[in-house]
Design a protein around this ligand. Structure first.
Ligand SMILES: [Fe+2]
Length: 364
């Protein structure tokens, strides 16, 4: 292409080309699968983060009956999992709770053992109700209590089972939208039962006691925690100890992240998991960040102000704080919030930014 051809189009389109010629030019672009940059530039590169994701709350009291009915309405063999997807009202049709994450509420019926499968999407469960049901991950079975987290990392075999006389309800989150964005999804179905190869409690004992096995060599999962089970009781004790030593963050109260004990990094490379205690009388300083967060209320009641929206919450409610909207937590008394977001993925890609209170924003 000659330079003359480029300058001719630019000069004439501004002042000398007729409307008919310009219309014909646009039709040619359409036929060639070319899009005028100047018509999409504002939506492509915004001056600040924008997202269609909306602040939203699913109140547990509102959805619990629908979850319980899964036990009699849905055959787990045909459905694979009895789960109801939390679809953000600003993101219809994509089974997305935020732009990058999927979340659902899953029901495990007494006497039920699901078929084992695995997939590239990383997943975790946060137990809302039920005591003693189990999840098996890569040959290790974890018996779970309310508030416990269990990880099912990238391509690890897993299934859930319940040999108690009461159902279990779990909050699930997966990085499905992120994996599908990259076109990188794979899945496998186990042919036969999932063999239990490790004693119960193995991972927590081996990796959760402040020591690593000698000559520990992380496998493909160097970037994924070798520990799969994070009992709520252990993290709750940590938060109480932090309260005694005044390890306050003005934006987050007393907050910990679920860590990979082998590296100190996040438990997953794509999803960050957090637990925070908001003590009675605490009111967080307004805060915003580029990761969209999903909160699950583990204890207490309170209000979270997201931009212009006030969200009143109680135990087991799930709510969303979209990207770059100011967020402020005001608990009614001691309250504990579990949360997750794509923060580690954004940090690894150099995308993550935050603004704390009135601190100046830096773009480095
Ligand atoms: Fe799964």
């Amino acid at each position: 292409m000659s330079n003359a051809a480029i300058t001719t189009v630019g000069e004439r389109s501004a002042v000398k080309v007729s409307a008919e010629k310009k219309e014909a030019y646009y039709k040619t672009l359409e036929r060639l699968n070319l899009i005028p940059f100047w018509e999409v530039r504002k939506q492509l590169v915004s001056f600040e983060p924008t997202t269609p994701c909306l602040p939203h709350i699913w109140r547990f009291d509102d959805v619990k009956e629908s979850i319980q009915l899964l036990g009699s309405y849905i055959d787990v063999k045909g459905a694979e999992r009895r789960a109801l997807v939390l679809e953000n009202p600003g993101l219809p049709g994509g089974a997305q709770v935020t732009k990058s994450l999927y979340a659902s509420l899953q029901y495990v019926e007494p006497g039920e053992v699901e078929d084992s499968h695995r997939h590239v999407a990383s997943a975790f469960r946060f137990v809302l109700e039920g005591e003693g049901a189990h999840t098996t991950v890569a040959g290790e079975r974890f018996f779970l209590s309310a508030g416990d987290v269990v990880l099912t990392p990238n391509m690890t075999w897993h299934e859930h089972g319940n040999e108690t006389d009461h159902p279990m309800i779990m909050f699930d989150a997966l990085d499905i939208p992120l994996v599908n964005h990259f076109g990188a999804s794979f899945k496998g179905l186990m042919d036969g039962p999932h063999e239990i190869a490790l004693p119960s409690g193995y991972g927590l004992a081996r990796f959760g006691a402040g020591a690593m096995p000698v000559n520990h060599r992380p496998s493909h999962a160097a970037i994924v925690s070798p520990m799969r089970h994070y009992p709520y009781a252990r993290l709750r004790v940590a938060l109480e100890q932090m309260k005694k030593t005044n390890e306050w963050d003005p934006c987050h109260g007393l907050k910990v992240q679920y860590a990979n004990p082998a590296t100190g990094d996040h438990a997953f490379p794509t999803i960050g998991l957090f637990l925070q205690l908001l003590p009675a009388g605490f009111e967080s300083v307004p805060y915003r960040s580029t990761d969209e967060s999903i909160y699950v209320v583990a204890e207490g009641t309170g209000t979270t102000i997201v931009g212009e929206t006030k969200i009143k919450w109680g135990r087991n409610d799930v709510f969303v704080v979209p990207s770059w909207q100011y967020c402020q937590h005001v608990p009614d008394g001691d309250a504990v919030l579990f949360s997750c977001s794509d923060l580690p993925a954004q940090q690894k890609l150099g995308l993550w930014r935050e603004q704390r209170g009135n601190e100046a924003m830096t773009f480095e």
